[in-house]
Design a protein around this ligand. Structure first.
Ligand SMILES: Cc1cc2nc3c(=O)[nH]c(=O)nc-3n(C[C@H](O)[C@H](O)[C@H](O)COP(=O)(O)OP(=O)(O)OC[C@H]3O[C@@H](n4cnc5c(N)ncnc54)[C@H](O)[C@@H]3O)c2cc1C
Length: 369
């Protein structure tokens, strides 16, 4: 280890999303003086669901907050339950064989993270785009997929790329009959369901689209049209979702960057490596980043710590990007032969093969904090 490790650093986190808040929690845990600057006038997450895989839950455990966060989740069997859009089950989740994910309402995961931080530490309505505006030993740029910091530090890096389009919704408590998690494979589209705590469910419809920005007068009506001949549970779930509760977003991702750090700035989360959501790893990777960055800053002086963070995180992010892009192509492909191949091979795949595919993602071990 070169140089000396300064006991307490002044750390500024730009962006109060899941990545930024987790970084703030991790840096506080390792004894630093942290400020979070968020440009939005209020702190909140969107009305949608998301799942955290074992790698992210283990990272939250390393932060000592896993149990408190887990309380807000419901187990999702989505990775073990696959069916076709005609309703034929290709696999069913089996307890003890398949591993559940933790499904959250985003707003509840967000509140659980926020509850771990003193209120005075997060400043809303504060936009930062230039490192020279920030008086800190280290800056964590967790400012999302359209990161201004990334733009400034790596002007030659390509802009986020469009992959496909997706709608999401959450039902109100009791609005739909209880659902089980599932991933439905259509041709050119998928539909994913997670149950949420409190008698709610969240869903996502992903679909191939040639151009970004397509929007519909009623997104709810458009989803209803697209799943008109899909399994009854799918249609019922969409019908049980309020028209205003349907969100429509383009799915964007980033090509791997030449570095995640520059000077005293570390990019983190989507700012560094936005990925398609098909492996449910975007927020998981932001959480991993946060834990690794805090451990590096605990163990090394800032320049060496940021070099260690870059060395640990960039290859992993590149791997996740490659895997998630591949899955995104398969999930939204209209090729009849690919769909036919998957419907034949998925039921034949031994559980060990399926688990083996997830192992590089899910078996990640966080540093001790
Ligand atoms: C359809 C869909 C489904 C998904 N499902 C999953 C899933 O199941 N599991 C999973 O792990 N991931 C999932 N993801 C990915 C996940 O949502 C993201 O990876 C994660 O939310 C990124 O968090 P972040 O904190 O890096 O960025 P963000 O959440 O984008 O936060 C960035 C924050 O920075 C603020 N900001 C921006 N610019 C500035 C500035 N100049 N100054 C100050 N503040 C600024 C923004 O207002 C925002 O609050 C999904 C994504 C999509 C689109």
């Amino acid at each position: 280890m070169k140089g000396t490790v300064k006991a307490s650093l002044k750390a500024t986190v730009v962006g109060g999303g899941i990545g930024g808040l987790t970084a703030a929690i991790a840096l506080r845990r390792t004894g630093h003086d942290v400020t979070v600057l968020e440009r939005a006038p209020e702190l909140r997450e969107i009305g949608a669901g998301l799942s955290l895989a074992p790698n992210a839950m283990r990272a939250l455990d390393a932060l000592g907050i896993g149990e408190r966060v887990r309380k807000h989740s419901a187990p999702s069997e989505v990775t073990g339950t696959l069916r076709t859009s005609s309703g034929r089950f290709l696999r069913r989740f089996r307890e003890g064989r398949d591993e559940p994910l933790a499904a959250f309402h985003r707003a509840e995961l967000y509140s659980a993270l926020l509850a771990e931080l003193p209120e005075t530490l997060v400043h809303t309505g504060t936009e930062v785009i230039d490192p020279s505006e920030v008086d800190a030993d280290v800056i964590v740029a967790a400012d999302g997929v359209h990161s201004g910091f990334r733009h400034r530090l790596f002007p030659a890096a390509p802009e986020p790329g469009f992959r496909y389009t997706a709608w999401r919704g959450v039902t109100e408590p009791g609005a739909a009959p209880p659902v089980r998690s599932s991933f439905t494979m259509g041709r050119g589209a998928y539909f994913m369901i997670h149950p949420l705590p409190g008698g709610r469910a969240c869903w996502a419809l992903g679909a191939a689209e040639s151009t970004p920005g397509a929007r519909y007068p009623s997104e709810h009506a458009e989803v209803t049209r697209r799943v008109a001949d899909w399994p009854a549970e799918t249609r019922e779930l969409v019908a049980a979702t309020g028209p205003d509760a349907v969100l429509h977003n383009d799915i964007l991702d980033l090509d791997p960057l030449p570095a995640f750090t520059s000077g005293r700035v570390a990019l983190l989360g989507d700012a560094a490596h936005a990925v398609p959501p098909d492996l449910g790893q975007g927020a998981c990777q932001a959480i991993e980043d946060a834990v690794v960055l805090a451990a590096s800053l605990r163990d090394h002086p800032v320049p060496e710590a940021l070099a260690a963070y870059d060395a640990a995180r960039r290859p992993r992010a590149a791997y996740v990007t490659k895997q998630a892009r591949g899955k995104a192509v398969a999930d939204t492909s209209s090729a009849w032969w690919l769909h036919a191949l998957l419907t034949v091979t998925v039921p034949l795949m031994p559980a060990s093969v399926i688990r083996g595919q997830a192992a590089p993602l899910w078996d990640w071990t966080p540093p001790v904090l």
